[in-house]
Design a protein. Structure first.
Length: 409
């Protein structure tokens, strides 16, 4: 091991292959050492005892030529000053790395991704929550530390959505943001959530309760528009069975017993976390059987409606309805209006309210939920059959016999 006043010329010579490694101490900064491997890798380091240690330690400085000689000497002097002041540069660097890692892990984007993976994906409405977080919240606050987001930031976002004339979207955005921040408070040691002490009713107003049902003419338009559509069976089954869009959209063939005309929606996909037994009326069985036989034998766990995108199918259906309706679009309606139309239709044809509620998987009220464990399967099957008959009377009525549903707007 030698000591020399290092020069750039000498360092360049060390980058050439050699028969044995070389180690040289600098005379200008005496604890600065350069080591060259047999392959020509040249590295700077400082040899010095760390504070509180009796052993000589090596503190990396850099490699040549990425680190110049002048830069190596300057960094070496900084390391020596730290050591003389009682600071271990390795511990300081480790702490800096920890803080950077912690800061990266606590950006809103990182927290949101963790929220999606650990909390959202277990929920029935996981897809809609994840989409809103990715499309609205992460682009807004993604790179900011979550602790830096203030109440004013949340209010500003919600105000912008309201000002665009979308109060319903504002309510949904605020609800999901509040859920995310509440989840993050204990996990990221936040003092509070920026949604605390903020009420949606004060920011946005009372949330409108949708009461829209399709009347007879609108049912006919929607039904006719589905003819020839790849997802036409999906839309028609929503009207026939009154289920939520995701309950049908995520249905797998294994849930259906077409021979016995029964569909059992598992608890994990139901809002009430209880399985829902649906007695399938004849037309529904026929439609599903035709769909099953029209393609290859489905693999285990295959969905009935593969690659179904709700908004895409709805847009295509709306275009067809508009064309059938003389260029006039149907007033704003949603997939869920089919469910509301179904439930209203059951009342229209005289189904008992308690049976009608069971048909849409609403639990019995009060003590009946506890003491009455009868499943009412026969009554439900009669209700679905009567509704299907009534629905067919609307979409394919005998002459002069159209019976429209009561319309609520």
């Amino acid at each position: 091991m030698t000591t020399n006043s290092l020069t750039d010329r000498a360092l360049r010579a060390l980058t050439r292959p050699k028969p044995a490694p070389v180690a040289i101490f600098d005379t200008d900064v005496r604890q600065l050492q350069v080591r060259a491997s047999v392959t020509g890798t040249v590295a700077f380091s400082v040899l010095k005892r760390a504070p509180g240690s009796r052993k000589l330690a090596r503190f990396p400085v850099g490699t040549y030529p990425l680190t110049t000689l002048a830069e190596a000497r300057a960094k070496a002097r900084e390391i020596l000053r730290e050591i003389e002041s009682g600071i271990d540069p390795r511990a300081r660097k480790a702490e800096e790395t920890r803080l950077v890692t912690a800061a990266q892990a606590s950006t809103f984007a990182a927290v949101a991704e963790s929220f999606i993976a650990r909390h959202v994906r277990t929920k029935r409405s996981a897809r809609s929550i994840e989409q809103l977080i990715r499309r609205t919240l992460i682009p807004r606050w993604g790179e900011r530390p979550i602790a830096s987001i203030r109440r004013a930031d949340v209010i500003a976002l919600i105000d912008e959505i309201v000002d665009r004339g979308r109060p319903e979207a504002a309510h949904t955005t605020f609800a999901y943001a509040r859920r995310l921040f509440a989840w993050a408070v204990p996990r990221y040691d936040l003092e509070h959530a920026p949604t605390d002490h903020v009420r949606a009713i004060d920011l946005i107003g009372v949330r409108a309760v949708r009461k829209r049902v399709l009347d007879g003419r609108e049912i006919v338009l929607v039904w006719r528009a589905t003819e020839g559509m790849e997802a036409g069976v999906y839309a028609r089954l929503l009207l026939i069975l009154g289920v939520r869009r995701s309950e049908l959209g995520r249905a797998v063939w294994g849930e259906f017993d077409l021979d016995n005309a029964v569909w059992v929606v598992p608890a994990g996909r139901m809002k009430g976390d209880e399985s829902h037994v649906i007695p399938l009326p004849p037309l529904a069985v026929e439609m599903l059987r035709t769909l099953l036989l029209s393609g290859p034998l489905p693999r285990p766990g295959a969905r009935v409606f593969e690659a179904l995108h709700y908004s895409t199918v709805k847009a295509a259906l709306d275009a067809r309805v508009k064309a059938l309706n003389g260029g006039k679009a149907l007033p704003r309606w949603t997939w869920h209006d089919c469910r509301r139309t179904f439930r209203t239709g059951l009342s229209t044809i005289g189904i008992r309210p308690d049976i009608a509620e069971l048909c849409i998987a609403h639990r019995q009220k009060g003590l009946a939920r506890v003491y009455d464990q009868h499943r009412f399967d026969r009554e439900k099957r009669d209700a679905f059959a009567l509704w299907e008959r009534h629905l067919l009377g609307i979409v394919a009525p005998p002459a002069d016999n159209v019976r429209p549903l009561r319309r609520t707007s």
